[in-house]
Design a protein around this ligand. Structure first.
Ligand code: GDP
Ligand code: MG
Length: 596
């Protein structure tokens, strides 16, 4: 156990966690150069393209220190985005130490700080790494100052590296064994193992990632999940060395995988504690937090005959994503679909894109919503996230919505506009902390629902990309929320309705009307588009009539060309859906969700 190190890498997004992980793997001979490809741990296509790590991944490395001593290094890659902070927590719980990576040209950012606080909650020893020193804009001295003043860590312990060129990687490896602690735990005690990740494999079923805290686990043991109260028999266990390498046992201090006949990720809870059925531990590992869905949205297939495909696709995605929830939903306008729960906006984005890309389904997605808590006039309470189930306003006594504490790090020059942005998004308080030279932390309490629309993009624009943002949920607060309906040619389109604060209802409705008026093609009659609360119209736009003769421009009698064009127009129509006598293209549903 003395020669094991369990650590994760934490950083603000894009500061180079995954690249550093690749370099460490390569340096320890984890893969041959031939097998090696960039971003080794980001296995899904979409992760690779967007350069984000969606699921945490783990790898066991053999490292021989300069003094000839062999070590086992268990490296746990973590997602950097706020939506996935529960995954970061689990990675931290499985670790004894962490590398905290800071980009030498960008310096400390919001998620660097947020992740540091998390790591401190779990008592991890920290080793700062200053990455990207090869960049011309790198300023190692300034970043050392920030590590001192913003993070409160020893600036002289920080190791300068370039994960790109490989400079300094040996120092990082030596630093890990020297500065990060070995695990502790009693291999003879009753088993306690933390399930910190799981994924579905076509051939093997669910593969669990575990960190053994106490005791020893062997093949054929019957394991008991302490929170979900289920038993499984271990078929195989071992180390993750980019492929699965079976072993005879896993004991206290070790990190590895288990195959135990689990059919779907939904059958277990990640973060659960495993013990032995015949010699159970008395208490699970503390700090268990199930994933919490905070953003909800309905997903419908564009054409009703794709409903079966959508069902299959969601089943398939959920096998691998324990944080995705979905239940049947139906819309008068769009037929059957699903109400889905997500960890945040990025999670929604990722799922939506995977559905369209991997399963090739045309989708209509309703406006994302938070969950409101209602107290009714008869004294009962109700939780609603779906506008379709919004009750009669006369029967609502009071409503509350979730608030967050948002932390924004920005160069000082943009503080004014950022304060204004926060106030525009119903921020209730803003405090400022001056950090190191020229940088300010703005802390604001605001509704979560306000960052779902038009916040992040504006923040990036205002700060020219230098602002960074993170949040934690705090509490529910009283609010005045209304349901806005959108009518196209006097017909309400239920998939377009949304819940919003009364103050924001009109501007948002106007945005919807204008976007729809632009995205819906002209018809042979005039089409009014209206936003309404109850029976009251609060916004409108009009699509003027137009007779479209697509062949008018063609001269002569080129019949094949003419036919081709008509065919093309027909195909374009296939992506439209008819509502009453109006055809609405799929892109219209997408356009309303995008800010100008
Ligand atoms: P992550 O989001 O923290 O996992 O960051 P990535 O490892 O995906 O890196 C983000 C971007 O920075 C990628 O384009 C990398 O190629 C680049 N990058 C990472 N390390 C270095 C480095 O040492 N030098 C330079 N110049 N670029 C780097
Ligand atoms: Mg990454």
């Amino acid at each position: 156990m003395k020669h094991i190190r369990n650590f994760c890498i934490i950083a603000h997004i894009d500061h180079g966690k995954s690249t550093l992980a690749d370099r460490l793997i390569q340096s320890c001979g984890g893969v041959s150069l031939r097998e090696f490809h960039d971003q080794m741990l980001d296995s899904m296509d979409i992760e690779r393209e967007r350069g984000i790590t969606i699921k945490s991944n783990t790898v066991t490395l053999d490292y021989r220190a300069p003094d000839g001593q062999d070590y086992l290094l268990n490296l746990i890659d973590t997602p950097g985005h706020v939506d996935f902070s529960h995954e970061v927590r689990r990675s931290l719980m499985a670790s004894d130490g962490a590398l905290i990576v800071v980009d030498a040209s960008q310096g400390v950012e919001a998620q660097t700080v947020a992740n540091l606080y998390l790591a401190m909650e779990y008592d991890l020893d920290l080793l700062p790494v200053i990455n990207k020193i090869d960049l011309p804009a790198a300023d190692v001295d300034r970043v050392r100052e920030e590590i001192d003043s913003d993070l409160g860590l020893d600036p002289f312990a920080a190791i300068p590296v370039s994960a790109k060129t490989g400079v300094g990687i040996d120092d990082v490896l030596a630093g890990i064994v020297e500065h990060l602690p070995a695990p502790t735990g009693d291999p003879e005690a009753p088993l306690k193992a933390l399930v910190f990740d799981a994924h579905f494999d076509k051939y093997r079923g669910v593969i669990l990632q575990v960190r053994v805290m106490e005791g020893t686990l062997k093949p054929r043991d019957i394991i008991h999940f302490m929170h979900t109260d289920r038993d499984f028999k271990v078929d195989e266990l071992g180390y993750n060395q980019l492929k699965l390498v079976p072993r005879k046992q896993l004991s206290a201090g070790e990190v590895g995988y288990i195959v135990a006949g689990v059919k779907s990720v939904q059958d277990i809870e990640i973060g659960d504690t495993i013990t032995l059925a015949n010699r159970p531990a008395t208490e699970p590992i503390p700090g268990y937090q199930p994933a919490r869905q905070v953003v909800f949205s309905s997903v419908y297939p564009m054409s009703t005959d794709e409903y079966q495909d959508l069902t299959k696709a969601l089943d398939k995605l959920a096998i691998n994503d324990a944080a995705l929830t979905y239940e049947k939903d139906s819309s008068a306008a769009l037929g059957f679909g699903f109400r889905c729960g997500f960890l945040g906006l990025l999670h929604l984005d990722v799922i939506q894109e995977r559905l369209q890309r991997e399963f090739d389904i045309g989708l209509v997605i309703s406006a994302p919503s938070v969950k409101y808590q209602l107290t009714m006039t008869d004294g009962s309470t109700l939780e609603v996230d779906n506008p379709s189930y919004w009750p009669d306003p006369m029967k609502i006594q009071s409503a509350a919505e979730p608030y967050i504490k948002a932390t924004i790090l920005t160069p000082e020059a943009y503080v004014g506009p950022i304060m204004e942005l926060c106030r525009d998004h119903r921020s209730e308080s803003q405090t400022m902390n001056y950090l190191s030279a020229g940088r300010v932390e703005v802390v604001s309490e605001m509704p979560l629902g306000e960052v779902l629309f038009d916040f992040y993009g504006k923040l990036k624009m205002i700060t020219r990309g230098y602002g960074s943002f993170d949040y934690v949920p705090i509490e529910y607060r009283t609010t005045d929320v209304v349901k806005v309906e959108i009518l196209v040619n006097k017909e309400p389109i239920d998939a377009l309705s949304y819940l919003v604060h009364r103050e924001k209802a009109r501007t948002r409705a106007l945005h919807y009307c204008e976007q729809l008026a632009e995205a819906i093609p002209r018809h042979q009659f005039k089409i009014p588009i209206q936003g309404a609360i109850g029976g009251t119209i609060i916004a409108r736009a009009t699509i003027q009539p137009y007779r479209k003769d697509v062949t008018a421009k063609l001269y002569g009698g080129d019949v094949t060309r003419k036919n081709k064009l008509l065919e093309k127009q027909k195909k374009g129509k296939a992506k439209m859906k008819q509502f009453g006598s109006v055809n609405i293209p799929q892109k219209a549903f997408v356009s309303v969700l995008q800010a100008d």
